[in-house]
Design a protein around this ligand. Sequence first.
Ligand code: DC
Length: 224
Amino acid sequence: MIFSVAIDGPAGAGKSTIAKIVGEKFNLMYINTGAMYRAVTLKAMNANISENNVDGLIKLVKSLEMHFEEDHIIVNNEDLTDMINMPVISNNVSKYAAVPEIREILVDLQQDIAKKYNVIMDGRDIGTVVLKDALFKFYLTASGEKRAQRRYEELIAKGLQVDYNTILNDIIKRDYSDTHRAVNPLTKAKDAIEIDSSNLDIDGVVQVITLRMNSEIINNKSSI
Ligand code: DC
């Protein structure tokens, strides 16, 4: 049986780090759906296609072959992982992610992957739209300040020159557009388990998720 885990939550809540670790523990393919929206943003910006040029965007997205190799996103045979995490992409991705036609194509692609493989998928609409029937749904949150601090440390560690207050403001803006867009806004699925990671480190969150999944598996909800 196909086994799926949905992890949703706002930017910087630790979703990708946690999903990657839990995926390895349970032997699940990790799909970072934010990376897919980021890759479309990068390609669109490089081709000077604005978020208002819907026909141009549809044509562009259909020309992209995307897949994941471990936690790297490969688009038309090119590894875009580093480029899509640049601040310029973070600052523009919400506009492109709000285009319904882009969402439709990417959601179809995400659902196709989940039909073929056991997956752990992270994003904003996984538990509510992409994998409505996921066996496990988690909703990760943390305060805006905590999330900004983590993003700041992550970018500094990569050698980028960034400013904490700018990152915090970007997170606040992105939270607003992610939760207020017309199509598939970020919301917690009714059946998702909410985990506030403000005062938990990565191991702590992984432990909460692992315990929850193991106890359900032991109770015969499913087996991998
Ligand atoms: O998780 P992230 O920060 O890499 O996501 C980048 C952007 O993509 C984020 O602003 C919202 C959007 N996104 C989305 O709309 N739906 C998803 N399933 C994943 C990400």
